[in-house]
Design a protein around this ligand. Structure first.
Ligand code: SR1
Ligand code: MG
Length: 403
């Protein structure tokens, strides 16, 4: 089939022509579609048999030849759907309970039909309503440890890993991250935009040579350290969850990169929410309580991650069995995560792709205060990343910066 972008009026006919009629849906039932797209990049529809009492539904995700939220001036390759399909397949091998099921894959149409997580919400939105998710931190700690360990050289045979690295290069989307995360926010670039009241703070960042050197070093690690098959864009908009279950979605930026990029992206986005909570006009007790939950989640993610990673290493590593080296490796991952997390925080305020947790703050004073706090947090994370020895120090740092 030749590629054509689907629309709300054509997506049901597309599904009608697939084997999903007879598996997910009954052969003759009426289908209805909803447009759910709200991310930066793709088309997303829900197709359901909404007219019958026993409702079945699926999500249809289709790549466009450009980033949906920006337009044709920001081309992106259709083949990113095959990157995502592969990453979901690998992640499902090690963590089937934490990734959406794929029912149907059409490479020509650059689309996947997936499980509808309609009992879940996007984590970023849940956090904007101060919802606590008791299972999330443990699930993410385990997800990170398993997906990263099992795709690394610690576990994979050398030849197999090298072959995978070469097969799974994702040059166009890596370039998007190199530009949007590590480069453009720190130079003049037409894609950047920010609240004009931050200009002084941003100028300080852009003229801080030692800081810029650290960011360049992180960019170099991102570009050259093929440690494991990483998710590549693990922010709180890439997590859907409820009180019992967590699903990691959208690994289209996946490639063999530095493990700490995933950990750092996640922690950085949690920190953005931590800061933003103070600007939602909530009472101080609510803010303090929710911030405590975010801080505990950060501690739990790292603790569960490092315990599980260590245990997998001791049990399944094919060599490398040296406790001093394990300590050293985990310590390095913690420091690098802090650095990557700091860059992620800054780029979400200065670069092309902002986050709704800060953007939806209506009071301009409060918004400016939150954004300046977040910029200082990001900068400090990068600066302190060389000294960090324990996750508790990161949490103390967050408490110091966001009062
Ligand atoms: C045009 S792509 C902008 C951002 O959206 C994605 O989710 C990635 O975070 C990327 O940097
Ligand atoms: Mg995404």
């Amino acid at each position: 089939m030749t590629y054509r972008p689907l629309e709300i009026s054509t997506v049901t006919d597309y599904i009608r022509d697939t084997a999903l009629m007879g598996s997910i849906f009954s052969k003759d039932e009426t289908l209805v579609a909803e447009d759910l797209a709200d991310g930066n990049v793709n088309l997303v529809f829900r197709v359901s048999n909404g007219t019958t009492s026993k409702t079945a539904s699926v999500i249809v995700k289709q790549a466009l030849p450009y980033a949906r939220a920006v337009g044709e001036s920001f081309p992106m390759p259709l083949k990113r759907i095959s990157v995502e399909h592969h990453a979901l397949t690998v992640q499902a091998q090690y963590c089937p309970q934490w990734v959406p099921r794929v029912y149907y894959y059409d490479e020509d149409m650059a689309l996947m039909v997936m499980e509808d997580l309609n009992q879940h919400v996007i984590m970023r939105k849940g956090m904007m309503q101060q919802i606590q998710y008791p299972q999330f931190a443990r699930h993410l700690g385990l997800f990170l440890a398993r997906t990263l360990f099992y795709t690394s050289d610690l576990y994979c045979a050398s030849e197999v890993k090298k072959q995978q690295v070469s097969l799974r290069i994702n040059p166009e989307l890596c370039r998007v991250t190199e530009d949007l995360v590590f480069t453009h926010p720190f130079i003049d670039h037409p894609g950047n935009h920010w609240n004009p009241r931050l200009t002084e703070e941003i100028d300080e960042i852009r003229t801080d040579s030692p800081l810029l050197a650290q960011i360049m070093d992180l960019k170099d690690r991102f570009m050259t350290h093929a440690e494991a098959l990483i998710h590549g864009d693990l922010h709180t908009g890439s997590i859907m969850l409820n009180q019992h279950h967590t699903a990691v979605i959208d690994p289209e930026f996946s490639f063999y990169g530095p493990m700490a990029f995933d950990v750092g992206s996640l922690l950085g986005n949690l920190a953005i929410s931590y800061v933003a909570q103070g600007a939602y006009g909530l009472n101080t007790k609510t803010v303090a309580e929710y911030r405590r939950w975010i801080a505990e989640s950060i501690q739990t993610i790292w603790t569960v991650f490092s315990l599980e990673f260590r245990s997998l290493w001791r049990t399944y590593a094919h060599s490398w069995k040296n406790e001093v080296y394990i300590d050293q490796y985990l310590h390095r991952l913690l420091r690098e995560s802090l650095g990557f997390g700091g860059v992620e925080i800054i780029r979400r305020i200065v670069g092309l792709a902002h986050t709704v947790d800060l953007e939806h703050i209506t009071d301009n004073e409060m918004k400016t205060y939150a954004e300046i706090t977040a910029l200082r947090m990001g900068r400090l994370w990068i600066q302190r990343s060389h000294q960090l020895t324990h996750i508790d120090e990161l949490v103390s740092l967050m408490r110091e910066v966001a009062l």
